[in-house]
Design a binder for this molecule. Structure first.
Ligand SMILES: *[C@@H]1O[C@H](CO)[C@@H](O)[C@H](O)[C@H]1NC(C)=O
Ligand SMILES: *[C@@H]1O[C@H](CO)[C@@H](O)[C@H](O)[C@H]1NC(C)=O
Ligand SMILES: *[C@@H]1O[C@H](CO)[C@@H](O)[C@H](O)[C@H]1NC(C)=O
Ligand SMILES: *[C@@H]1O[C@H](CO)[C@@H](O)[C@H](O)[C@H]1NC(C)=O
Ligand SMILES: *[C@@H]1O[C@H](CO)[C@@H](O)[C@H](O)[C@H]1NC(C)=O
Length: 623
């Protein structure tokens, strides 16, 4: 068991006020030099509270990750304590957080959730409001008509969901899967139409200033309607079905770079809005060997910040999404397009990804969730294609999956360690005085970083997806830096303790499988998903910076450095892995996706109704 936050404090209380001060100070100090005693041993972090700690608590004993984990446990407890267990409390929590009455059908939603033993915390649904609120600034009729006209569409009529697309379903199973997802709740829905994004990439970036105008309209419309004026039924789509709307063209931009299209969605004073546009990707990648900004001594402390391109302009040259996506088809026009993932600056409405609804073992990992922790290899495994965008001779060194594989390739690190003038084309190592890595301390027994990495790392691409000829799995332009390995089913990857998860062309569809496994996901991403508000970083998964500069620190914290006698935190890793699995089985089930979709679509249906400002649900007789 992890030390709980409350018990951590009581242990400090035992040790007196001086210790508290030291710990608090320690939070802000950067480590100046390596000190083995700074690393809490596994037994210390896991020690029962009743026993007096063998060593005194001083700042150096607190690894920054310990502190982040303690805080995550506290955040998680706060979140879970908000659970609502009956309709009345759920409606109250809704109104307190959203400032209006819940949509019509809220009682059915609650019963559906309760029937499926779903844990209900209002915060779990924040994403829905981030996605939908701007649409209060757009007339309901326009939303209905645009959705109705869109070529890829799921319609609900008389409690029956039907998909439509002009792409053969064998090529793109997404519409069929989403149709099935919507069907799981269709009997509780009014008639509605959903425009569906069938591409991997997200596609709407409305300028921040425009969204801000819509959000002002949303806040002006927000009110609690007197119950006797409340309309508790949805209207019908009869008129729309009898008189199909005029064709709506969102005006797709397909030419140009994506970064300039994307940054208009960032706040005016954000670093990305102010950054220069990069066009030449033959330069060395914009990487720093110091700690990532606003990290806690190098480790991700604010996951929203760490995964936000608006706050990290260097990502325009470090992520395939911006360097060169496979396809761009982007519009500035806000219209109700549903999709499975998006960047923070995109304006799509998120559904749980279709990949998470399929039983295809390629995404889900199948029925196997891995053996008990103790039977796993004390190693990290990564297998995947070098996707992320169109990598070519002049830009491959900027792609995230390439970078990750190189950074934990012992041979490529050894070249840096042994050849003073050598520069790796696609990564840098952390500075010597950061992360206190045992392997990098002069005189610490010279095994070096590369030899240590070799003890735990097994990462390789299964296909390098070269351009212009994608047929052979390898390319002339980066052949010296990569070899390819055989693909490995997820179930076999679960024989390893550590599972990094890195974005491909968009989010990584394996993530839900990883969370539900007995192994530990280590996640870096710039993408948003439906489940973000129900997962707590450092509690259910380990967050990683998009530069991956923290990967060595993370791995040393968990696996230690056996050659140098440094113990890791194996039991902490196991706890996060198993806490994540238990939590996934509670809040990421297909039933939970249905509960999310039902809430989302009731809310969306209200937005599509001309009477939306006076629509809502209220307990009879309650004002
Ligand atoms: C909830 O379960 C009851 C009993 O099985 C069933 O009659 C009812 O239709 C269900 N309601 C919803 C909204 O799922
Ligand atoms: C639902 O739609 C499908 C496909 O159009 C159709 O075959 C089926 O009969 C419909 N079911 C109901 C209950 O309307
Ligand atoms: C985390 O970062 C986001 C994005 O920059 C910011 O809005 C939020 O206030 C930060 N949270 C904390 C607790 O600092
Ligand atoms: C970092 O440490 C290594 C190993 O001790 C040493 O060879 C190298 O010169 C150091 N680099 C810097 C910039 O201090
Ligand atoms: C690791 O790096 C070396 C040298 O850069 C390269 O030859 C090898 O193929 C790489 N291994 C993998 C798995 O990519």
């Amino acid at each position: 068991m992890l030390l709980s936050a409350a018990s951590f404090h009581s242990r400090l209380a035992q040790l007196g006020i001086a210790a508290v001060c030291l710990v608090v100070v320690g939070w802000f100090l950067l480590p100046a030099s390596f000190d083995f005693s700074k690393h809490l041993s596994t037994s210390q972090l896991g020690s029962p509270l009743s026993t007096t700690p063998k060593t005194t608590v001083s700042p150096k004993q607190n690894h920054p990750a310990d502190q982040l984990i303690l805080r995550a446990n506290e955040d998680f407890r706060t979140l879970v304590n908000k659970e609502t267990r009956n309709l009345h409390d759920a409606a109250k929590a809704y109104q307190a957080r959203r400032g209006r009455q819940p949509p019509p059908g809220f009682d059915k939603w609650f019963t559906f959730a309760a029937n499926h033993s779903a844990l209900i915390v209002e915060d779990f649904f924040d994403r829905i409001y981030d996605d939908l609120n701007p649409f209060w600034g757009i007339p309901a009729k326009q939303i209905r008509e645009q959705a109705n006209d869109f070529v890829h569409r799921i319609s609900v009529r008389n409690g029956n969901a039907t998909g439509r697309t002009d792409i053969p379903r064998e090529d793109r199973p997404w519409i069929g899967l989403w149709e099935d997802m919507v069907q799981s709740v269709a009997e509780y829905l009014p008639d509605l139409d959903l425009a569906i994004n069938v591409m991997d990439e997200s596609r709407i970036v409305t300028p921040w200033e425009k969204i801000n105008e819509y959000m002002i309209k949303e806040s002006e419309s927000r009110k609690v309607v007197p119950v006797d004026e409340l309309k508790m039924e949805f209207g019908s789509l009869k008129e729309l079905d009898e008189h199909p709307p005029e064709h709506f063209d969102p005006g797709w931009d397909t030419i140009g770079a994506y970064w300039p299209m994307a940054v208009v969605g960032c706040a005016p004073n954000s670093p990305a809005r102010e950054a220069e546009i990069e066009t030449d990707y033959t330069n060395p990648p914009p990487l720093s060997s110091g700690y990532p900004p606003r990290s806690h001594e190098g480790y991700v402390s604010n996951w929203t910040f760490a995964s936000s391109p608006c706050d990290h302009p260097n990502l325009q040259g470090l992520h395939g999404t911006f360097v060169e996506p496979i396809s761009i088809s982007n519009t500035k026009t806000l219209f109700p397009l549903f999709g499975g993932s998006k960047l923070p600056m995109n304006n799509e409405i998120l559904l749980p990804p279709a990949m998470y609804w399929t039983d295809d073992p390629f995404y889900s990992g199948g029925d196997s969730h891995g053996d008990p922790w103790e039977q796993k290899k004390d190693q990290l495994i990564w297998r995947g294609s070098a996707s992320g965008g169109r990598n070519k001779a002049e830009n491959w060194a900027r792609f995230q999956r390439h970078r990750f594989v190189s950074m934990i390739n012992a041979t490529s690190i050894k070249q840096l360690e042994t050849r003073p003038d050598y520069r790796a084309p696609n990564f840098v190592l952390p500075e010597n005085d950061t992360y206190d890595l045992a392997a990098r301390v002069p005189g610490a027994g010279q095994t070096g970083l590369s030899d240590w990495v070799a003890t735990w790392s097994d990462a390789a691409a299964v296909h390098l997806l070269c351009f212009p000829d994608p047929d052979p799995p390898r390319c002339p332009y980066n052949d010296a830096y990569f070899s390819v390995a055989k693909a490995m089913p997820m179930s076999e990857q679960y024989a390893y303790k550590y599972l990094p998860d890195i974005d491909g062309n968009s989010f990584s569809g394996r993530y839900r499988g990883f969370l539900g496994s007995t192994s530990l996901p280590i996640k870096a991403t710039i993408y948003k998903e439906w489940h973000d508000d129900r997962l707590v970083p450092w509690k259910h998964f380990v967050p990683m910076d998009n530069t991956f500069i923290d990967v060595y620190g993370i791995m040393e914290y968990f696996v230690g450095n056996k050659e140098l006698g440094l113990e890791g935190h194996d039991d902490v890793a196991r706890n996060i892995a198993l806490d994540g699995k238990t939590w996934a089985e509670k809040v990421l089930r297909k039933e939970d996706m249905s509960v999310y979709v039902l809430r989302l679509l009731l809310e969306y249906a209200r937005l599509c109704d001309d009477d939306r400002e006076k629509m809502g649900w209220a307990e009879s007789g309650v004002g």
